[in-house]
Design a binder for this molecule. Sequence first.
Ligand SMILES: C[S@@+](CC[C@H](N)C(=O)[O-])C[C@H]1O[C@@H](n2cnc3c(N)ncnc32)[C@H](O)[C@@H]1O
Length: 291
Amino acid sequence: MTATGYQGATAESIRHHYDLSNDFFALWLDDSRTYTCALWDDGDPTDTLEKAQERKLDHLIEGARAPGADRVLDVGCGWGSLLDRLVNTHGVRHATGLTLSDSQAEWLRETGLPGTEVRVENWLDHQPEKPYDAIISIGAFEHFARTGLTRAERVGAYREFFDRCREWLPKGGRLALQTNIKGNNVRMDKQTVRDLLFIMDTIFPESEIPALSEVIEAGEKRFDMVRLRNDPDHYSRTCQEWLDRLRADRPRAVELAGEENVADYERYLSSTVSHFANRHLGLSRMILEAV
Ligand SMILES: C[S@@+](CC[C@H](N)C(=O)[O-])C[C@H]1O[C@@H](n2cnc3c(N)ncnc32)[C@H](O)[C@@H]1O
């Protein structure tokens, strides 16, 4: 827990997941270590996870109108693939990344990407010296409301995030947001409920996936939605790739993270392949403009 009022997963729970082992994650993520849903080109039979991750980053960077910008904020920067793409491909002069994971920050500082700054800091505590030209957040929003809150409390927690982002952008500035969402339209079978509980207890403690309507409600009067796409099939395919890569080098994975963790990650990834394919989960990519 950091400042009062924060309703998201605590730093301890975030570290429980992301501080497991940098080398373990590197084993099954693509080379850029992007740990979120890729954007696949179904018409391209030669598509790869590497290309699909770059395409995803470019989609959000362009949607946020970040190319050539002076200052861009990445909320939940992971191992820095977006920061890298912003400064090295899109001519951004200064990119700031926030994470709650010490391991991610240490790794990024060792890598020493010019034009970037990484801070182990909750967005709630972030106090930029100047406004940003654009903000991008990929796969962190799922951590911004703790398990067990009421819908109204969740909307309040998300609104706090939108308030901060609005404060840090000029009118007309853009926020690109990618997050998993609940697939509220499909009845769950018992196995799906068990798998989702396992993921909430063991893999991502304290985190709860938002409903799309909660995200939209929370952003009202702060942001206009200018683009929205839902790509559950893209996350199913991304998780399948990760699972294949993990299984291809399983003995090394066990060396790095231990048998129990590897078995847990196999269960988490394989069930997630189905949850997205069955629409129990969705994947939203949103472009929002500050009003
Ligand atoms: C699934 S990872 C995504 C990383 C990266 N965006 C990517 O696409 O690879 C989620 C990230 O959100 C960060 N995070 C979660 N809650 C946060 C918070 N309240 N403030 C700052 N970062 C947070 C985690 O530390 C982690 O870096």
